[in-house]
Design a protein around this ligand. Structure first.
Ligand SMILES: [Zn+2]
Length: 142
């Protein structure tokens, strides 16, 4: 069965995500400048892990990285209060398992990311993130 959220064949997306997280945390060249993109894009394509506000927040984060070219450090500083769950006014993650968007196919999924070397890896993460953001921006917020 394909993933009901991102459409990845045989539901392989979660295993691939776990594998790539392990790779990023074990090799700084893979973690690089893309770690935030890997996480935010995966979340964006799996909205059942998020509240509606959380999904919009991840999408905004991706837009800031990709369109406004803000650095991960800048965004971390800017969002410090927001991300600090004590101060945040909304929940980001959800455990009810219900998707908050009804999109089930995406042009690129995490399975399109190659990991032969760090250079190819970072390029593919960016291409996947850009493609996902473009499609997510077409989704009506209300
Ligand atoms: Zn998936």
């Amino acid at each position: 069965m394909n993933c009901p959220e991102c459409g990845a064949a045989d539901n392989l997306c979660q295993a691939r995500f776990d594998e790539l997280m392990a790779l990023e945390f074990s090799d700084p060249a893979y973690f690089g400048t893309v770690h935030n993109l890997t996480v935010a894009t995966f979340m964006l394509q799996h909205s059942s892990k998020l509240t509606r506000e959380g999904w919009l927040y991840e999408r905004e984060l991706l837009r800031e990285f990709l369109v406004e070219n803000k650095s991960p450090e800048f965004i971390r500083r800017q969002n410090k209060d927001l991300v600090d769950s004590g101060k945040r006014k909304f929940k980001i993650t959800s455990k009810d398992g219900k998707p908050v968007i009804n999109k089930t196919t995406w042009t690129k999924t995490i399975l399109d990311v190659r990991a032969e070397n760090a250079e190819v890896y970072c390029e593919d993460i960016k291409a996947w993130a850009k493609s996902a953001l473009e499609e997510a921006e077409e989704i009506n917020e209300s």
